[in-house]
Design a protein around this ligand. Structure first.
Ligand code: HEC
Ligand code: HEC
Ligand code: HEC
Ligand code: HEC
Ligand code: HEC
Ligand code: HEC
Ligand code: HEC
Ligand code: HEC
Ligand code: HEC
Ligand code: HEC
Length: 321
């Protein structure tokens, strides 16, 4: 068939009213341009009633959440409905399979910037999101919806379910919570967000506090002091001696027994020294039986140095009381 005729026949086939055929033929390229633009920007806002025709379930779900409250003007649900998050839906309503929306799932998923962009339009100024753009999770190209659901209640906001969301990626932390000594994380008495802000924070490791010690003091205030006799590593960093999520040594310690102390006090021998040295062999014994040496049993070095975290006793210089 002659190609010119082919195009002509196609144009005819598009025409419903023959009298309009010629203009339609001329407008075809323009129409394609209009459609391309529609696809790009979604077209016009069509309102929640149009979406409802095909997605009644999603409407039912969202009106039970904070985002679906018409009375709360901050949600813009009264004015823009679904389109406050999914963007204008004219194109999508005409061609449901071909994208055109801001979409968070499925084959038409939008680029990350568009997804997070729409959430941040409303949430960027929230206090706990101020460090989002310097956070590890943002740097790892995570979407808000990697942790949050919107149509259904978000598990990550429930204390009893939060860690499950985090463990999808942080399996090593989960493993630590099964060690013999742990913070009560498995029992959900403590949750990740008691200590971390997953949206980013000014402290190391996304801690809510500026330093590791400030984090510990927020619950273990009695360890802050001030002490008359400080123990240098305690003031410096609790994690010189303690792990946080879990450890196989008692009291979340990094090492057990005298080895913990000897890592820094290498000169103190568990066998003790001779008469005249600070730690004499005699000092370490309960009796004449060397096997019950006080260096090793019970709280080992802390049998005598009981105030390992610092002492307020006038004669507590050696953390003995
Ligand atoms: C004529 C029916 C119809 C209307 C009207 C409609 N949708 Fe859809 N929508 C669908 C179908 C069908 C799909 C599934 C498309 C697929 O899987 O290919 C879909 C998919 C979606 C998706 C999943 C992401 C995507 O792009 O595939 C979202 C989000 C969505 N619709 C939102 C809306 C919103 C918001 C409105 C109102 C502005 C709306 N829909 C109006 C039929 C409709
Ligand atoms: C506050 C933002 C927001 C509003 C408002 C919103 N959605 Fe969604 N929508 C999302 C997010 C985020 C997802 C991804 C899945 C999820 O989080 O539940 C989604 C997913 C969808 C999907 C894809 C199917 C799925 O479950 O993954 C459809 C369809 C949809 N929304 C339709 C609607 C309709 C219809 C409305 C209005 C009644 C609406 N949405 C209002 C944020 C929103
Ligand atoms: C049009 C503004 C707007 C958009 C867009 C928006 N939100 Fe919200 N969001 C709100 C408002 C308002 C609240 C209620 C805040 C409150 O009550 O303190 C809220 C609450 C929330 C909450 C707490 C919910 C709860 O049940 O306590 C989460 C989590 C959340 N939004 C995440 C998101 C995510 C993720 C997106 C993007 C998919 C998003 N929001 C998009 C306005 C918005
Ligand atoms: C790594 C998981 C994760 C990611 C990614 C994430 N969030 Fe959250 N979000 C949480 C957790 C956990 C909480 C609850 C703990 C809290 O209150 O800090 C929360 C709480 C919220 C709240 C409710 C705060 C309140 O107390 O009412 C909003 C709003 C919110 N997130 C928005 C967002 C937005 C917007 C994004 C994307 C820019 C995002 N989140 C990304 C984990 C995440
Ligand atoms: C009691 C406070 C506390 C709780 C609860 C807590 N963390 Fe931590 N986390 C810390 C501190 C302090 C550090 C930094 C010191 C360190 O590296 O051990 C840290 C470090 C991290 C790190 C980076 C270092 C590493 O080991 O990979 C990740 C990831 C982490 N935590 C994830 C989690 C997750 C996930 C949860 C919840 C299941 C959680 N944390 C619960 C205090 C806590
Ligand atoms: C989709 C995967 C994913 C989910 C879900 C996730 N994270 Fe992460 N997170 C990462 C990646 C990747 C990094 C950066 C690499 C690293 O340090 O492990 C990271 C980093 C972190 C860090 C900082 C570690 C450091 O080295 O400074 C903390 C703390 C953290 N996540 C806590 C959480 C918490 C709490 C949750 C749940 C609310 C969570 N994450 C959910 C993937 C995830
Ligand atoms: C959000 C509160 C909170 C923070 C922050 C916190 N802890 Fe704890 N810690 C607890 C709770 C609760 C227990 C369990 C107490 C109990 O079982 O009686 C505990 C117990 C402990 C124990 C005793 C464990 C055992 O097996 O005997 C040590 C050691 C400890 N924490 C060290 C730390 C260190 C170090 C930090 C800082 C990195 C820290 N904690 C931060 C709440 C916290
Ligand atoms: C020099 C090592 C060392 C440092 C540093 C250290 N601890 Fe300890 N911590 C110990 C030892 C050893 C024990 C076990 C004491 C015992 O045997 O009774 C312990 C026990 C604990 C306990 C449980 C028993 C109790 O006393 O309540 C908590 C809580 C604790 N430490 C918190 C902290 C905090 C918070 C910091 C930082 C401010 C810190 N520790 C720094 C060595 C240390
Ligand atoms: C991370 C290193 C480190 C660890 C681990 C450590 N210490 Fe220390 N300790 C120090 C430093 C540094 C000083 C200050 C030494 C100085 O001023 O000469 C000190 C001082 C002391 C003092 C007081 C001496 C004085 O001059 O006031 C005693 C007693 C002591 N440590 C006992 C212990 C015991 C017991 C343990 C184990 C539970 C321990 N230390 C673990 C670093 C450490
Ligand atoms: C039987 C009790 C006892 C035990 C057990 C003990 N110490 Fe001591 N330690 C002392 C006494 C008493 C002094 C102070 C001596 C003085 O005043 O001259 C002292 C002083 C110290 C000092 C400060 C002076 C110096 O010698 O540097 C350090 C550090 C120290 N001990 C570390 C340790 C470590 C580490 C252990 C465990 C391996 C330990 N001690 C076990 C009784 C003990």
């Amino acid at each position: 068939m002659c190609p010119v005729f082919k195009v002509f026949a196609f144009a005819i086939s598009l025409c419903v009213i023959p009298a309009l055929c010629v203009p339609a033929f001329a407008d075809e390229k323009e129409d394609a341009d209009v459609l391309a633009t529609l696809l790009e920007n979604g077209g016009m806002y069509v309102g929640v009633d149009v979406c409802k025709e095909c997605h009644e379930d999603h409407l039912t779900q969202i009106v039970r959440t904070k985002h679906g409250q018409k009375a709360d003007s901050r949600t813009q649900f009264a004015s823009q409905g679904c389109e406050s998050c999914h963007g204008p839906g004219e194109y999508h309503s005409l061609y449901p399979e071909s994208g055109g929306l801001i979409s968070f799932s499925g084959k038409n998923t939008s680029p990350l910037e568009a997804q997070n962009g729409i959430c941040l339009e409303c949430h960027q100024r929230d206090k706990h999101l101020l460090s989002w753009f310097t956070s590890n999770h943002e740097a790892e190209n995570m979407a808000c919806v990697n942790c949050h659901l919107v149509h259904k209640p978000s598990k990550v906001l429930e204390r009893k379910d939060q860690s499950k969301v985090c463990y999808r990626c942080h399996k090593n932390i989960r493993a630590q919570t099964f060690q013999t000594s742990t913070h009560p994380i498995r029992e959900n008495k403590l949750v990740c967000s008691d200590c971390h802000n997953p949206h980013g924070a000014n402290g190391p490791n996304e801690l809510k506090q500026y330093t590791v010690n400030d984090n510990c003091y927020s619950c273990h205030a009695e360890k802050r002091g001030p002490f008359l006799w400080e123990h240098y590593p305690v003031v410096e960093d609790c994690t010189l001696c303690h792990r946080v999520h879990g450890s196989n040594h008692p009291a979340l310690l990094v090492k057990q027994g005298p080895q913990l102390c000897q890592a820094c006090h290498a000169d103190v021998s568990i066998r003790g020294g001779t008469e005249g040295t600070t730690h004499t062999s005699r000092m370490y014994q309960f009796s004449n039986n060397d096997s019950s040496a006080r260096m090793i049993v019970g709280r080992n070095c802390a049998n005598c140095h009981s105030q390992v975290h610092g002492s307020n006793h006038p004669s507590g210089a050696n953390l003995l009381r």
